[in-house]
Design a protein around this ligand. Structure first.
Ligand code: SF4
Length: 281
């Protein structure tokens, strides 16, 4: 967990899962993988197993520990809806988000079919909560646009798109039902280029429907060179926040202890499939 994040559209990150695997062209230069693999083999480091998928139940209670309410990017270093993360574990994350409702949570995935299916099923009670925002990543038409359709068909109250890295013009992308759109170009070594017209198209579509628009960056190999100005200004729009008052620490501790989560603290799954988990209670 990082109580402060450098990501422009969030306050903090929370990673009760670490590691992931690639699914589409947007993953090619995955920043999380690059970061995690730097620490493979470093004993005691959170990423000593590199980018291998791991559940981290010891991090589940972190939102109760923070002393101020935050906007929280859930699993910035993974994908909560990865096929090897069990339904029960996703439910545990959702129950914590529901209980620690003084924070606002941003859940972002590329596994949009599983997201939509779970939001219509066992996650249905959480789909309606306005302090939990459910989003999908979009990078191109072939892989990204079907994700928008899956999200739109879901019952999520607050739906958002992270269109980063934007790899091509998305054309007449249908933004109906979306509550927020983030747009950005790829950054870092080997960054693929972005064209201003692609960004303009998305801004225009957001304006047509009144969807808040957040322009994160132009990107590039050295992203600071190109910054995040569009039309000589920044675009930092977001959905309206429901900031609940944060309870005192004793109340937070009590609330956390009342949550019975079906997980023993098992962090080390090695490379085995994550299908058999120790259940308690
Ligand atoms: S889905 Fe996200 S976290 Fe997973 S490999 Fe792709 S970019 Fe990285």
């Amino acid at each position: 967990m990082s109580e402060k994040s450098k990501i422009e559209w969030t306050d903090a990150t929370w990673n009760p899962v670490r590691g992931c695997s690639k699914v589409s062209p947007g993953c090619k230069h995955c920043y999380a993988e690059t970061f995690a693999e730097r620490f493979r083999g470093v004993a005691g480091h959170p990423f000593e197993r590199g980018f291998d998928l791991r559940l981290v139940p010891s991090k589940l209670h972190d939102p109760f520990k923070w002393t101020s309410s935050k906007i929280v990017f859930v699993n910035s270093m993974s994908d909560l809806f990865h096929e090897r993360v069990p339904d029960e574990y996703i439910m545990s994350v959702a129950r914590i988000m529901a209980a620690a409702n003084w924070h606002t949570y941003q859940v972002l995935t590329k596994r949009s079919e599983r997201l939509a299916s779970m939001l219509s099923g066992i996650l249905r009670p959480f789909a309606a909560m306005h302090h939990i925002w459910w989003g999908v990543s979009v990078e191109d038409r072939k892989y990204g646009l079907p994700r928008v359709c899956h999200l739109r068909a879901s019952p999520a109250a607050v739906k958002f798109l992270s269109i980063e890295p934007l790899l091509e013009d998305l054309g007449k992308v249908d933004l109906r039902g979306m509550g927020w759109v983030i747009v950005g170009g790829e950054s870092g070594p080997g960054a693929r280029s972005i064209e201003p017209e692609w960004v303009e198209n998305l801004l225009m579509r957001c304006r047509e429907l009144g969807v808040p628009f957040f322009f994160k960056q132009w990107g590039g190999v050295q992203k600071r060179r190109f910054g995040r100005m569009l039309h000589n200004r920044t675009y930092d729009e977001m959905p309206s926040l429901l900031r609940a008052e944060i309870p005192d620490s004793a109340t937070r501790r009590r609330t956390a202890s009342l949550l019975e989560l079906p997980f023993a603290v098992m962090e080390d799954f090695g490379s085995r499939p994550l299908v058999k988990l120790a259940m308690v209670g």
